[in-house]
Design a protein around this ligand. Structure first.
Ligand SMILES: [Zn+2]
Length: 193
């Protein structure tokens, strides 16, 4: 069942990735699947992941999934940037339904503001990370606890090809087996070159 309503998703990376790891041992999210769950049932018109600068190494992985990524500069607020984009897009009538992935209480004022502009706001969050202040204002809640298996990235296991290392490691990236280096050896090889 699909509605003609235009939906736009805003993903607060830390607010999703940290509880995913803590509560569900979910270390790698497949952002393509994640977007499909967020926009399910609507006409998706955009999905942006707000990534703190320190996680910038994930930029190519997430972009490869076809999502927009905004990397927030060091010292700048991720939720501040997300809130700004949410308001601008609401103001210019770019969506009918906003989906915020992240249950932080700081989003309450912007949710109320966007709703007052005649928009619907849905919040996607892990239940233990969802502030009561948010639960009471959102038009609907997507409980991410129920979809963890659906958003888990496929994980590949490799053996590090540095002969002095040789340890086994896991990654969501598909590597060339004969050239695979564990994250430590990869870092070292990069710093040498
Ligand atoms: Zn290694």
């Amino acid at each position: 069942m699909s509605s003609g309503k235009r939906s736009m998703a805003f993903v607060d990376f830390d607010n999703i990735a940290i509880p995913a790891k803590r509560f569900h041992s979910l270390n790698y999210i497949d952002f393509n699947k994640f977007r499909n769950i967020l926009l399910r049932g609507y006409r998706g018109v955009g999905c942006t992941v707000y990534l703190p600068h320190k996680m910038g190494n994930l930029l190519p992985v997430i972009q490869k999934s076809g999502l927009n990524v905004t990397v927030v500069s060091p010292g700048k607020s991720v939720d501040g940037r997300l809130i700004f984009d949410l308001l601008i897009n609401a103001y210019h009538d770019k969506f009918d339904v906003a989906i915020i992935a992240g249950g932080d209480r700081d989003y309450r004022p912007v949710i109320e503001e966007v709703k007052s502009m005649g928009k619907e706001v849905i919040v996607a969050s892990f239940s233990r990370n969802l502030a009561h202040a948010i639960r009471s204002v959102a038009d609907d809640i997507i409980d991410l606890d129920t979809v963890t298996a659906d958003i888990a990235a496929q994980i590949y296991t490799y053996t590090c090809q540095n002969p002095e290392c040789g340890k086994s490691f896991k990654t969501p990236r598909r590597l060339n087996r004969s050239k695979a280096l564990c994250p430590d050896c990869y870092k070292e090889s990069k710093s040498k070159s």
